[in-house]
Design a protein around this ligand. Structure first.
Ligand code: KG4
Ligand code: ZN
Length: 338
C-alpha cells in the first residue's frame, strides 16, 4: 500500500510517499522560514498563500523522485489539525480533491500523532508501550502510548510550549525566527556557570510543564547585566540548560511512574543536540531505551503524516467526502488503531 502524505499545518509544506513494504520512497519539504522572518513570527495569511503555491509542485516532484504514477497510490493522508486554519484548509482541500479525482480514500491525520509516530520511520523502530515526549512549537506533551492510537495524556505545558519558549527567548536575544536552532547555536559559546535559571514545576509532583517564566527570567537577566555578545551566549546557555533539565526530570518521572522502559522524543525541539545527549544519558542511567526520528523529521514534514495515514488507512479507516480542518483537536480523542 502506498500513501501520499501532505503536511501544511504551519510554516512548512511537507510532501512524502510511504510504502508499507519499501518504507519512505520520497519526500520533499519547503520551509517558509525566510518568508516569515521579516515579521519575527508566522503570518497566517502569508502561510496559506505560500502553501497554495508550493503543494502541487512538491507533489509532482515527490512522484517523479519516487518514479511513481498516481495510479499506484492507494490513499492520501493530510494534516487535518491542530494548526492554522487557513494553512490546514489548503492541504485538506488539495488532498481531498486528489483523492476524489484518483478514486482513492483520503484521511485527515492528527499532526501530533504524526510527530509521535515519526521515530517508527527509523531503524530500529520503537514498539509500544512507550512514553512519548512531544516538544514542538505549539505543544509540549508527555503521553503514555499503550498501542498506536491509544494515548493517555500524562502531562502538558500549562502555558508556553517548549519550542515557543525557545522562539520567544531567541527574539529577546535579538535572534531571528525560528529561534530554537539559532538560540542553540548561540548557547554553544555560553558559560554554563554564569547564570542559573529555575527548573519550573520540578519541585512538586506531577508531569505538567510551565515554560513562560523562563522567558521572563531571561528578560530580567538581560536587563540587569551588560548585553554584550558573551552575556547573550551565557543567557542562551542558561535558558537551554533549564529547559533541557526540566524535560529530562519529567521524562524520568514519567518512565518511573508508568514503569515503562521505552522513551520516544519527537517534535521540533527534539532536534536539539544537547537535549538528545541529556535524554540519552538519563535513559542509560534508568536502563531505558530512547528513540528519536532523524533530525530533519523532528520538525514538520510530510513523511510523518504519510506514515500515520498509512497505519490508519491500512486498518480500514477513511474519511467521507468532507474537507476536514480542525485548528484545535485533542490527541486523546483519536480512535485506536492496533
Ligand atoms: O514540530 P515543529 O516543526 O512545529 C510545530 O509543530 O510547532 O517545531 C518547531 C519548533 C520551533 O519552536 C523551533 O524553534 C523549535 O521547534 N526547534 C528547536 C530546534 N530546532 C527546532 N528548538 C531548540 N533547538 C533546536 N535545535
Ligand atoms: Zn509540528
Amino acid at each position: 500500500m502506498q500513501i501520499l502524505g501532505i503536511e501544511s499545518s504551519c510554516d512548512e509544506t511537507g510532501i512524502a510517499l510511504v510504502d508499507d513494504r519499501a518504507g519512505l520512497k520520497a519526500h520533499a519539504l519547503y520551509s517558509q522560514a525566510a518568508l516569515h522572518s521579516d515579521y519575527g513570527g508566522i503570518v497566517p495569511e502569508l502561510a496559506s498563500r505560500d502553501h497554495i503555491r508550493k503543494t502541487i509542485p512538491l507533489i509532482r516532484r515527490v512522484l517523479t523522485d519516487a518514479d511513481t504514477l498516481p495510479e499506484a497510490i492507494d490513499g492520501v493522508a493530510y494534516t487535518a489539525g491542530p494548526g492554522l486554519m487557513g494553512a490546514l484548509l489548503v492541504g485538506a482541500s488539495i488532498a481531498r480533491s486528489l483523492a476524489w479525482a484518483w478514486r482513492i480514500p483520503a484521511l485527515g491525520v492528527h499532526h501530533m500523532e504524526g510527530h509521535l509516530l515519526s521515530p517508527m520511520l527509523e531503524e530500529p523502530a520503537p514498539t509500544a508501550p512507550f512514553v512519548a515526549l512531544l516538544v514542538s512549537g505549539g505543544h509540549t506533551l508527555l503521553v503514555k502510548v499503550a498501542s498506536v492510537g491509544r494515548y493517555q495524556l500524562l502531562g502538558q505545558s500549562l502555558d508556553d510550549a517548549a519550542g515557543e519558549a525557545f522562539d520567544k527567548t531567541a527574539k529577546l536575544l535579538g535572534l531571528g525566527y525560528p529561534g530554537g536552532p539559532a538560540l542553540a547555536r548561540l548557547a554553544e559559546n555560553g558559560d554554563p556557570k554564569r547564570f542559573r535559571f529555575p527548573r519550573p514545576m520540578t519541585d512538586r509532583p506531577g508531569l505538567d510543564f510551565s515554560f513562560s517564566g523562563l522567558k521572563t527570567f531571561a528578560s530580567n537577566t538581560l536587563r540587569r547585566v551588560a548585553g554584550d555578545d558573551q552575556t547573550r551566549s551565557d543567557i542562551a546557555r542558561a535558558f537551554e540548560d533549564a529547559v533541557i533539565e526540566t524535560l529530562s526530570i519529567k521524562c524520568r518521572r514519567a518512565l518511573q511512574t508508568t514503569r515503562l522502559s521505552t522513551l520516544v522524543i519527537a517534535g521540533g525541539v527534539g532536534a536539539n543536540r544537547r537535549l538528545r545527549a541529556t535524554l540519552d544519558s538519563m535513559g542509560t542511567a534508568l536502563g531505558a531505551q530512547v528513540f528519536y526520528p532523524r533530525q530533519e523529521f523532528c520538525t514538520d514534514n510530510g513523511a510523518m503524516i504519510a506514515y500515520a495515514g498509512l497505519l490508519r488507512l491500512q486498518a480500514g479507516q477513511q474519511d467521507d467526502l468532507s474537507i476536514y480542518a480542525r485548528p484545535r483537536w485533542a490527541l486523546t480523542d483519536l480512535a485506536q488503531i492496533t
